[in-house]
Design a binder for this molecule. Structure first.
Ligand SMILES: [Zn+2]
Length: 189
């Protein structure tokens, strides 16, 4: 049974040079649960957002989104996934223009669904070779021959459980997400 959650939105803003200006309590709580307790306001404020974004593809994509919102002065809304090892989590991200090229990013959880634990997404698990690329936006995993499938399917098809090894993860962007996001940005007038 899916659990519907409606906690406060996770919000932060960045200045025109993409430095973090503001984070709300929900941002801190979420970051600490997922990345560690070292993330507090003193540590985060004033830092470049790019220090917190992993992967070249996803950085480029955020760059495109920020540029479009700043140029067209219009908000955009996207759906994305940010799972934990025990939950599938579906989020909506709104990027809104503020004054002087500042941007507000507001993320809220739309839906959270429990799943059987996936060690692949457990930050504390010990990892070995090989490396598996997952899409930062939809969390699909990239199989050989550039085929993107749901994580559970990738684990099954690559037989990670049989091999008893949890691969290291690297972040990328699947073609479908890239096309969808670029389409969304083109629709801004
Ligand atoms: Zn994707």
């Amino acid at each position: 049974m899916p659990k519907i959650s409606s906690p406060l939105p996770i919000q932060y803003s960045i200045d025109r040079a993409d430095r973090i200006r503001f984070i709300n309590e929900a941002w801190l709580q979420f970051a600490c649960q997922n990345a560690g307790a070292h993330l507090n306001r003193a540590y985060v404020i004033g830092k470049s957002l790019w220090e917190f974004i992993e992967g070249e593809d996803i950085s480029q994509l955020y760059g495109l989104i920020f540029k479009a919102v700043r140029t067209k002065h219009q908000a955009v809304v996207f759906r994305f996934r940010c799972d934990s090892s025990v939950c599938r989590r579906y989020f909506q991200l709104t990027v809104s223009p503020l004054q002087e090229d500042e941007l507000m990013l507001s993320t809220h959880l739309i839906r959270e669904v429990s799943r059987s634990p996936v060690p692949l997404l457990d930050p504390d698990v010990q990892r070995g070779e090989p490396v598996l690329t997952i899409c930062s936006w939809c969390l699909k995993a990239c199989l050989p021959k550039k085929e993107w499938v749901e994580l559970e399917e990738a684990i099954h098809r690559l037989d990670y459980l049989g091999k008893g090894v949890v691969p290291r993860l690297t972040h990328g962007l699947c073609l479908e997400c890239q096309i969808n996001i670029e389409e969304e940005l083109k629709n801004l007038r």
